[in-house]
Design a protein around this ligand. Structure first.
Ligand SMILES: O=P(O)(O)OC[C@@H](O)[C@@H](O)c1c[nH]c2ccccc12
Length: 265
């Protein structure tokens, strides 16, 4: 079993516990009372490179990355640096996150918030919406075509913007065929955890011009930002480099400026 499959086993166990204490029916009732979500697409379509800045405590590949006692404070710094959106990892066992982090972040920033998790059941989408998410991640490698189609539909129904993540040519083809407007190339293979930012360069050419392209993972320095921006990234998703930077506001601003300049060359 690869790392992705192992993570999903744990995700399903944790999900069963939450579902037993808060039934889906109650989440569905709560959804009806919510204000509309924020639409990230206008900013993602702007000429400036967009940075999705991630709140990430640890990862299966690197272990502990940063303490992050106050995710809301970190997110405020990201927003002040010009982040187009904030990603919050809510997976507990391997990434040290929880849904409460997303609730706190939502209350502290005015930009769209992505629930970054392993979405495998309807329940998680209702949960994301009630917690205040505007976007959700759909990992093509973890979903059948039928599931992908169903979750895209459910996202639309809940006014959540889906980010469909791919890592192979075949997954890219599936994501394009699904009609997803926002497609992310994960430079990290989630089964082996190998990272190579050349993955974005390879797969970006398979994504039609009418979709928004996101480069995810392994973007550690300004040179990496320039490289993926030159290869056509509209958006970058960055965790490690920002949580370890010491000055997250500045780091987001620097990446945005470098990527924007590279796009204009
Ligand atoms: O910390 P990095 O290398 O900048 O990566 C951020 C983000 O791309 C990564 O956390 C990620 C991308 N896709 C995922 C799917 C699940 C968990 C995590 C991820």
């Amino acid at each position: 079993m690869g790392v992705l499959d192992e993570i999903i086993v744990g995700v399903r166990e944790d999900l069963a516990v939450r579902e037993a204490s808060l039934p889906l029916r109650e989440l569905m009732d709560a959804v009806a009372q919510l204000p509309p979500t924020l639409d990230p697409m206008p900013r993602f379509r702007a000429p400036e490179l967009a940075v999705i800045a991630e709140v990430k405590r640890s990862s299966p590949s690197k272990g502990a990355l940063a303490e992050i006692a106050d995710p809301a404070a970190l997110a405020s710094e990201y927003a002040a640096g010009g982040a187009a959106a904030i990603s919050v990892l809510t997976e507990r066992r391997r990434f040290g996150g929880e849904l409460a982090d997303l609730v706190a972040v939502r209350q502290s920033v005015g930009v769209p918030v992505l629930r970054k998790d392993f979405m495998v059941a309807d329940y998680q989408f209702y949960e994301a919406r009630v917690a205040g998410a505007d976007l959700v991640l759909l990992i093509a490698a973890a979903l059948t075509d039928a599931e992908l189609g169903r979750f895209l539909e459910l996202s639309r129904h809940l006014m959540l913007t889906p980010l469909v993540e791919v890592h192979t040519p075949e997954e890219t083809r599936r994501a394009v065929a699904s009609g997803a407007a926002l497609i992310g190339v994960n430079n990290r293979n989630l089964q082996t955890l190998d990272v190579n930012i050349a993955e974005f360069e390879k797969l970006a050419s398979l994504i039609p011009a009418d979709r928004i392209k996101v480069a995810e993972s392994g973007i550690l320095a300004v040179g990496d930002v320039e490289r993926v921006a030159s290869a056509g990234a509209d958006v970058i998703l960055v965790g490690e480099a920002l949580v370890r930077s010491g000055d997250p506001r500045r780091a987001v601003a620097d990446f945005t400026a470098a990527g924007t300049a590279a796009r204009q060359r």
